[in-house]
Design a binder for this molecule. Structure first.
Ligand code: ZN
Length: 241
């Protein structure tokens, strides 16, 4: 079974459609949260994700904030303005859908969360120390996370070593080593590469493929200009930060 792994779409429909067209055939979709926030198309992204085949979708911090379940003051200025704008833009149907998203799902060898297995909504796994601690918070071999918008893999080695593997290789074979893996962000990449990031996973062979695809960033930026979303949020898409 081929699984499309997407995360952190953040209301960027152009990036999402480009990823879906680029991905080829897949049997199911795992979405690691943050459908909305930052981008101009929150309702369109919710509607598009909902119709994907055999979907498992997690709750992200921006999804939770958009439905009023996280205090906006917990966010930095740009994110806070984006959350407030998204709250106003969100339709009742989108709000109802986001409200019911789970924070944690276990699927065979895989635990899925948005942020970290220790704190599924909020914690950023940004370095090896944070990653090392989080290996105590899931029981499966592998854990998939989003939230940092940076594609990366943390490998827990045989002698309690913890290795950080940036997403250099396109195609990786998972083994018996425990992993925390981040596919990167569809709608707002932050690793200095503005191309949309996603991954494909073969559940029979446990082969993981990191993918990047350029999308029409200017098109998304044009739609953002018609909103009151902060200009910095438009600019960052162009450089991937
Ligand atoms: Zn995010």
């Amino acid at each position: 079974m081929r699984v499309l792994i997407i995360s952190d779409i953040h209301g960027n429909l152009t990036a999402l459609e480009t990823v879906l067209a680029d991905a080829g055939d897949y049997d199911s979709v795992w979405c690691l949260g943050d459908l909305v926030g930052y981008g101009p198309d929150p309702n369109e992204c919710v509607a598009r994700v909902r119709e994907l085949p055999n979907l498992t979708c997690l709750m992200g911090n921006h999804d939770k904030a958009a439905i009023g379940e996280i205090d906006v003051n917990a966010f930095n200025t740009d994110a806070r303005l984006a959350v407030s704008w998204t709250q106003r833009a969100l339709s009742d149907a989108s709000r109802r859908y986001l409200k019911n998203l789970p924070e944690r799902i276990v699927y065979g060898d895989y635990t899925l969360v948005h942020a970290s297995p220790s704190k599924p909504i909020w914690e950023y796994i940004l370095d090896r120390n944070i990653a090392a601690r989080n290996f105590n918070h899931f029981d499966t071999l592998y854990c998939l996370v989003g939230h940092t918008h940076i594609p990366v893999m943390y490998v827990y080695g045989e002698y309690n070593t913890l290795e950080l593997r940036p997403a250099y290789d396109d195609l990786l074979q998972f083994s018996n080593e425990r992993l925390i893996v981040n596919p990167g962000s569809v709608g707002q990449p932050r690793d200095s590469n503005p191309d949309a990031a996603y991954a494909l996973l073969d559940l029979e062979t446990n082969q993981w493929e990191y993918r990047r695809v350029p999308y029409d960033i200017a098109e998304t930026q044009r739609r953002m200009e018609t909103t009151s979303l902060p200009a910095r949020l438009r600019a960052r898409l162009g450089r991937g930060w």
